[in-house]
Design a protein around this ligand. Sequence first.
Ligand SMILES: Cc1cc2nc3c(=O)[nH]c(=O)nc-3n(C[C@H](O)[C@H](O)[C@H](O)COP(=O)(O)OP(=O)(O)OC[C@H]3O[C@@H](n4cnc5c(N)ncnc54)[C@H](O)[C@@H]3O)c2cc1C
Length: 484
Amino acid sequence: MDRRVKPGENGWARGGVSGTGHIVVIGQGAAGLSAALAAAEEARARNRAVAITLIDKAPEADAGGNTRWTPSYMRMASLDRVEPSFVHDMLEATKFLGDEGYFATLAAQAPATVKWIAAHGVPFHQPVYYLAKGPPRIQPVGGGETIHRELSRTARDAGVIFRFGCAADSLIADNGAIAGVRLISGETLPADAAVLACGGFQANAAMMREHFGEGGDEVPLLAPRARFNSGDGIRMAQQLGADVSGERDGMHIEPIDPRSRNQAPVVLLYPYGIVVDRTGRRFFDEGAGLVHETWEAFSRRLHFEVPGRTAYAILDARVRTIPDWQRATRSEVPPFEAGTLDELAKLIGADADNLAATVAAYNAACTGNPQKFDATVCDGLAASSSLSPPKSNWARAILEPPFLAWPMVGAIAYTFGGLSTDTGARVLRGGVPIPGLYAAGEITGHFYGTAPNAVSVLRAFVFGRIAGREAAGFASGAPGRSAG
Ligand SMILES: Cc1cc2nc3c(=O)[nH]c(=O)nc-3n(C[C@H](O)[C@H](O)[C@H](O)COP(=O)(O)OP(=O)(O)OC[C@H]3O[C@@H](n4cnc5c(N)ncnc54)[C@H](O)[C@@H]3O)c2cc1C
């Protein structure tokens, strides 16, 4: 539903020196909402008339991108602190290809940004994560749905106009600077500045095939409503000559239960058992690290290399003795369950002889003290070196019926390749900012190697806010203040 606000109402500042400026924010996820809200506040603080319109391609019920459908864990030691190693950890995750200035800005601005988000009605707590401990995280109470609801409400109250079912198609430039946004409908919105916050290209079959090769276009979406994230903003900016960055063929992908109808039905129990393909054979070290350190490489292999693109986590009755074991899966569908491995193989359509041989070899290699088993940390309970592939942690024999199997396929959360931006969230062209063009969130290409866990929403907030402030300063003819 559109809500049109006239200049002077709500957050619209009066008295711009050279008439009303216009900002178009594209996308209603964490990045777009932060940008729109920050722009409205900045305009008001500067006493400038700036009209801010947030458009989203999706109908209102489906808008909100990945953000709305995620738990939105955020990598912070507490509400007002990131870990001292944050920047180093980011660079390590990006194989030291990431932009240190970008991550340093993220670390420096995260506490103030979270405080700002909280002040707009989003309460945070320190969540219990799946089973594995890891870097400390905070989380909005109610996850992404709370972000979506509260920031949409406060942005509306601040005078931002929302339009749904309204897809941006191209950017209009005048002398190299942003002058407007053309919609798919043919309508043109005037814009002194535009903020691209319309996600990655996970839902664009042609781009997925181009970047990931055969099968790239067949990776299921982890959040089905991310089907609107089809790389439009990347294409639009590239048409103006924007630079791209981020790992071209990088993606964050997780294992899910294909039988489930739940949103993002991840199966994260696999480190505590073994994983086999349909031939009944293992193909990787299930215990190489904490689950959020192995899920990406595993799921990618699962999709691109495993025949039939399906594998099974095989566990025994003892999984149910792990405290809170249910937290490690969001599938509502019970596992396949059988009294013998032979029956289990029949249920899942795997080769029974191979499965029996695989489990026997694995059990024989589980020579460590099972009392050491601890699902929450890398417990060092490794299988003996005779096992190939190895199992580095949680190597406990599969002995006690019933035997259980969860099917898994890989599903994409987001892509890494995107637009090149500076610490002021400005989109770069030949290394120089395109006047009036900003970008934040998943659309920006700052990840390489592996997705740093619990950083995507945080960076959408931080750089969304920066983009909004900068855009408001630009659209009102005054320099921005990207940090602080
Ligand atoms: C299941 C799941 C769990 C996750 N868990 C976490 C987590 O715990 N922590 C974390 O940090 N990250 C997590 N992520 C990743 C994170 O949610 C996203 O990367 C982040 O929310 C992206 O925010 P964004 O604002 O950039 O994009 P999005 O939230 O995806 O928003 C993009 C918006 O742009 C709109 N749009 C697209 N094209 C156009 C167009 N042409 N015109 C207008 N509008 C358009 C879309 O409709 C959408 O509303 C998870 C992802 C998934 C799928």
